[in-house]
Design a protein around this ligand. Sequence first.
Ligand code: ZN
Length: 109
Amino acid sequence: MAFDPRDPYDAAALYDMWLNCSHCPATFDFEPGGAIDLDYYHRIGQQARHDGWSVLPTRETADELVFTVLCPACTERLGVDGCEGRLEMAAPAIDEICRAMRDASGQAA
Ligand SMILES: [Zn+2]
């Protein structure tokens, strides 16, 4: 499995750089060992999903996507189920970041 811009967890990890709970000071704890690339964000996103974090994407405008991120404790307290749905389309901003990162890693290889 690789980074999926339509997976809300992957997208939120990329968009927000790391995952912070919207309702408390909790930060998703992840100690990366390697390069910061799309695989890195994919690992964070999927680990957060596995650990019970919730990522709730909200489309503000046609090209602006806002993620509400909840830690496992707030997910339970607020009674929010994790969003398992895929985004119907990736936000243009995320497509742009993906393209830039793929270009950068292509040059580095
Ligand atoms: Zn929280």
